[in-house]
Design a protein around this ligand. Structure first.
Ligand code: XIL
Length: 297
């Protein structure tokens, strides 16, 4: 295969990218994105501040531009994200208690109704754990420890066809406390029948040339709980070829690792642009890391 998407498809996986609506007029960008990838995530346009800027007033204009661009090309779309401590609209930031809990439920219902039946998966809850493995403190966490399972139960009813994922960063190293915290929550959810289908490992790697400890063990351990796993926001400091090849190989070695998404197209598109962390340079040329991934797929 000669593209990332086609190569990943050989093992029934996908290879995706984050897309920014504001760049859809850039033909270099859209040419690469449409050629190489077969799964699309909106980098910011389906987040709560974008989709419900005023309480009760939903706005899907930018999210729909990305959705339409992708599906017109036959690409699938992951939804990102419904409940998160960051990128909340101002009105939501100032809520607490039962008022915020109801706003979260209403938000999930409103956004998922709009995209009902259309998306491959949703990151229902994003980044709910602290580095020490306990819950991150946030206005959502202050509504009660059950907010995450309420979000997932609400999501399942709102769109039964979307795979429901928990998504986080720094959960790649199996020995890390945060990884264990998330693992224990997923195990608990599965044992109690809380609806959850997948875990997204963001995979923002920072420095070094080897993978975080036991990365493949982390993937297979989550998978053994009965969920799919996916690498959802991959970027790597200086696009280390060994780390890119290694993370790709780790996913391929785990049957329930269903796909890999990089967090942008060219280095110049990245939220970490100073670290040149992606597979294409600012001119749209394939980097060595691109070849290392393609060869590993
Ligand atoms: C980032 C976007 O890339 C930036 O454009 C934005 O300013 C901030 O958010 N974890 C996530 C993503 O789940 O949504 C974040 O995306 C990167 C970290």
């Amino acid at each position: 295969a000669t593209t990332l998407g086609a190569a990943a498809n050989q093992s029934n996986r996908y290879f995706g990218t984050a897309i920014a609506a504001g760049r859809l007029g850039d033909s270099t960008y859209t040419t690469i994105a449409g050629r190489e990838f077969n799964m699309i995530t909106a980098e910011n346009e389906m987040k709560p501040d974008a989709t419900q800027p005023q309480r009760g007033q939903f706005n899907f204009s930018s999210g729909d531009r990305i959705y339409d661009w992708a599906t017109q090309r036959g690409l699938k779309v992951r939804g990102h994200t419904l409940a998160w401590h960051a990128q909340q609209p101002g009105w939501m930031q100032s809520l607490s208690g039962s008022n915020l809990r109801q706003a979260m439920i209403d938000h999930i219902n409103g956004v998922m109704a709009h995209y009902r039946g259309k998306l491959a998966a949703w990151d229902v809850v994003n980044e709910a754990f602290a580095e020490n493995g306990s819950r991150r403190s946030s206005n959502l966490q202050s509504t009660g420890n059950d907010w995450i399972e309420v979000a997932f139960r609400t999501a399942r009813t709102a769109d039964p066809s979307a795979k429901l994922c928990y998504n986080d960063y720094n959960i790649e190293n199996w020995t890390y406390a945060k990884t264990q915290g998330v693992y224990n929550m997923i195990r608990d959810f599965k044992s109690r029948g809380v609806p959850i289908d997948c875990v997204g490992l963001q995979t923002h790697f920072t420095g070094g040339s080897s993978l975080p400890g036991n990365f493949q063990t982390t993937l297979s351990s989550f998978a053994a709980l009965g969920v799919d796993v996916a690498l959802t926001e991959v970027d790597v400091t200086n696009a280390s070829t060994s780390q890119y090849a290694g993370l790709t190989q780790a996913c391929l070695n785990v049957p329930r690792c269903i796909g890999i998404t990089v967090w942008g197209v060219r280095d110049s598109d990245s939220w970490r642009s100073g670290e040149s962390p992606l597979l294409f340079d600012g001119g749209g040329n394939k980097k060595a890391a691109y070849t290392s991934v393609l060869n590993a797929l």
